[in-house]
Design a protein around this ligand. Structure first.
Ligand code: ATP
Length: 296
C-alpha cells in the first residue's frame, strides 16, 4: 500500500527579519503564500527503508540528499515510524531556491505516513511534528496564505482575495539559507529586535488589487541575497522592465518571483524573460497545503 501527498512551494510576500535572539535564531514576521509549484511524496510499505528522487528537467536530483539526511526521511523518524518504507520524491520545487522545497517534502511525508497507516492524528500533533522538523514545515502543511511568527513556525491564516499571478525564475545553483542570514547580520549589525510588520500588505491582500499588493511586498533578505548574487538584481530589473508589477527574491533566494497584473500579463512577462533565461515558470497563489493525491 502507498499514499502520495502533494505539497506546494512557498514564497514570502513579506519577510521581516529581526536581530538574532540569544538562541541564534532570527525572529521573523512573515506572510507566506503557497504557489502552484509542487513536490509529490509517496510513502509506501516496503521490506526495507529506501528513498528515490526524481524531478522536472530543471532539477538536478544530485542536489537532493539520497540518504537518511533527506528531510522527508527525517519526517518519518519524527513521526515515530517503526516499519520500513520506500519514500519516492518527485520534485518540481527548485532545490535550495528559497521556496521551502525540503519543507514541502517533510510536510508531505508526515501527512502521507499518517494517512497510509490510518492514524488520522489531530492537526495540532502534525503541526508540532512539523515545527520540530523546520520553521517552514508547518506552513507547508497549512498552505494558502498565512502569517508566520517566531522562527516562522507559528502560523495563522490571513485573508487573501487572490488569485495572484506570478512568474518564477529559478537559478541554476542554490543559495544556502544560513549564508544569507549571516550576510544579513553583517549588513545590519544594528537590526531591530522586532521584525517589520506586514500591515500594508495584509490590507492589500484583502483588496484584490495587484498594484496595491505590488507596492507592499517586502523582503529583508533580498539585499543580502543580491549582494551575494548581483545577477539577481539585474533579473529583477529586467522582469519589471518587461511589465511585471514587481519582482523580488523569494525568501533567501536565489529564485526570483514576479507579480503580474493578470494571466495575460504573466504570459507576456514569461515570453520576454524566456529569451534570456532557460527556466521561466508560471504560477498562481494561493493554493492548498499538503493534500493526498493518490492512494494505492
Ligand atoms: P528554505 O526556503 O526553507 O530555507 P530552500 O528552498 O532554500 O529552503 P530546500 O530546497 O529546502 O531549500 O533545500 C535546502 C537544503 O536541504 C538542500 O541544499 C539539501 O541539501 C537539503 N535537503 C534535505 N532534504 C531535501 C529535500 N527533500 N529536498 C530538497 N533539499 C533537501
Amino acid at each position: 500500500m502507498s499514499t502520495t501527498v502533494r505539497a506546494a512551494a512557498k514564497i514570502n510576500l513579506h519577510l521581516g527579519v529581526g536581530a538574532p535572539r540569544e538562541d541564534g535564531f532570527h525572529p521573523l514576521d512573515t506572510v507566506y503564500q503557497a504557489i502552484s509549484l509542487y513536490d509529490d511524496v509517496t510513502v509506501a510499505e516496503a521490506e526495507e527503508d529506501s528513498l528515490s528522487v526524481a524531478g522536472s528537467a530543471y532539477i538536478d536530483v544530485r542536489d537532493v540528499p539520497g540518504d537518511a539526511s533527506n528531510i522527508a526521511v527525517r519526517a518519518l523518524a519524527e513521526a515515530a515510524c517503526r516499519s520500513p518504507h520506500h519514500v519516492r520524491i518527485t520534485k518540481q520545487i527548485p532545490v535550495a531556491g528559497g521556496m521551502a522545497g525540503g519543507s514541502a517534502d517533510a510536510a508531505a511525508a508526515l501527512l502521507a505516513h499518517d494517512r497510509l497507516h490510518g492514524l488520522s492524528q489531530p492537526d495540532e500533533v502534525l503541526l508540532a511534528q512539523a515545527a520540530r522538523l523546520g520553521s517552514d514545515v508547518p506552513f507547508s502543511l497549512v498552505g494558502g496564505t498565512a502569517r508566520g511568527r517566531g522562527r516562522g513556525e507559528v502560523v495563522e491564516p490571513v485573508a487573501d482575495r487572490g488569485p495572484w499571478w506570478w512568474v518564477v525564475v529559478p537559478a541554476r545553483t542554490g543559495l544556502s539559507t544560513p549564508d544569507v542570514y549571516r550576510h544579513f547580520d553583517r549588513l545590519h549589525p544594528d537590526a531591530p529586535a522586532q521584525p517589520a510588520e506586514p500591515t500594508g500588505l495584509l490590507a492589500a491582500l484583502a483588496s484584490r488589487e495587484p498594484v496595491r499588493l505590488a507596492r507592499t511586498l517586502h523582503n529583508d533578505l533580498q539585499e543580502p541575497a543580491i549582494d551575494l548574487r548581483p545577477e539577481l538584481g539585474a533579473l529583477i530589473q529586467r522582469g519589471e522592465a518587461e511589465g511585471a508589477l514587481r519582482g523580488m527574491v523569494s525568501g533567501s533566494g536565489p529564485t526570483c518571483v514576479f507579480l503580474c497584473d493578470s494571466q495575460e500579463g504573466a504570459m507576456a512577462v514569461m515570453a520576454a524573460l524566456s529569451a534570456s533565461y532557460d527556466v521561466v515558470l508560471p504560477a498562481i497563489g494561493p493554493v492548498a497545503g499538503a493534500h493526498v493525491v493518490e492512494v494505492l
